[in-house]
Design a binder for this molecule. Structure first.
Ligand code: CP
Length: 316
């Protein structure tokens, strides 16, 4: 049940959600507490909540998406906002309109919030600095995907009963090109978890150790004491060179499969932001096993995005 004081007690200063890098523990708690309330509402009734009534949210996606875009749309609908999704291939960006002009025109059309996904790192921040309405980063290049990391941590929090201290999380795969990995590293470190990054050395440079994480090139070692293992796909679309001999070679050395399940702790769970390349980073029997919380992540994505949209829309 959402109390009458729910919105009155809301205090949030961020207009935009660009990165998890500078989110503090109190802000993360606030997002999770609100997502808890929204998740309960999503589970128990189909009625809409009134918090974004009369607001117009524009989804501006310049890269493909299934989960993020749909979750933002569902979140906006549940909060009573109107949603307009602009398909980049039929927008005027193909006629040469700049990203800044596109966003400022959307603002001039009286939109109240922009959700943006773009292949360029920094695109969301660039826009946020050029429009007065809130901008939520739905993934910018290899830089950040803050709501993905928030829904990942929200899912872990449910499994860890709220306590991240000393929890060991291994992120395995293409770290170099992953905005999901970067956003998770910052968020999980702030929450007190211990993060290990694993994969081929070409995709997991030692420089990541500067962020306070462990870097490991041996799969057995990387997953042995993990409480959660997050698999990442190889992001061919961001790679201009080959970083390992072949996909089958990668699967042989770093793929998580039933044969390797015995390397995991009894209670360790498996995560993936999607889309999964089945048979490469993760085999089907494990992806669909009781260890997998992959679809829980997707479900939680709606509640977490409702919280982020609601907070940013009502920033003070
Ligand atoms: N995790 C994620 O960003 O998935 P989509 O590309 O389908 O949005």
């Amino acid at each position: 049940m959402i109390s009458k004081d729910f919105m009155k007690n809301l205090s949030w200063s961020r207009k935009d959600m660009i990165s998890t890098e500078d989110l503090n523990p109190a802000e993360i708690d606030k997002i999770f507490a609100m997502a808890d309330v929204f998740k309960a509402s999503l589970k128990t009734d189909k009625t809409k909540l009134p918090y974004l009534k009369g607001k117009v949210v524009v989804n501006l996606f310049f890269e493909p998406s299934t989960r993020t875009r749909t979750a933002f749309e569902m979140a906006a609908h549940k909060l009573s906002a109107d949603v307009i999704s602009v398909a980049s291939n039929i927008s005027s960006s193909v006629k040469g309109e700049t990203l800044k002009d596109t966003a400022r025109n959307i603002e001039a059309l009286m939109a109240d919030m922009i959700i943006v996904r773009h292949s360029s790192s920094g695109a969301a921040k660039y826009l946020a600095e050029r429009v007065k309405i809130p901008v939520i980063n739905a993934g910018d290049g290899a830089h950040a995907h803050p709501t993905q990391a928030l829904l990942d941590a929200f899912t872990m929090r449910e499994k860890f009963k709220g306590d991240f201290k000393g929890r060991k999380i291994t992120i395995l795969g293409d770290i170099l090109f992953s905005r999901v990995a970067r956003s998770n590293i910052y968020l999980l470190k702030t929450l007190g978890a211990e993060v290990t990054l694993a994969g081929p050395s070409t995709l997991v440079p030692r420089e990541f150790e500067k962020l306070g994480v462990r870097v490991c090139y041996n799969l057995e070692e990387a997953v042995a004491d993990a409480d959660a293992v997050m698999l990442l796909r190889i992001q061919h679309e961001r790679q201009s060179a080959t970083h390992f001999p072949s996909i089958s070679e990668y699967a042989n050395v770093f793929g998580l499969n039933l044969r390797r399940e015995s390397l995991l702790k009894k209670d360790a769970f498996i995560m993936h932001p999607g889309p999964i390349n089945r048979g490469v980073e993760l085999d089907t029997p494990l992806a669909d096993s009781p260890r997998s919380v992959i679809l829980n992540q997707v479900t939680n994505g709606v509640a977490v995005r409702m919280a982020v949209m609601n907070l940013c829309m009502h920033h003070k």
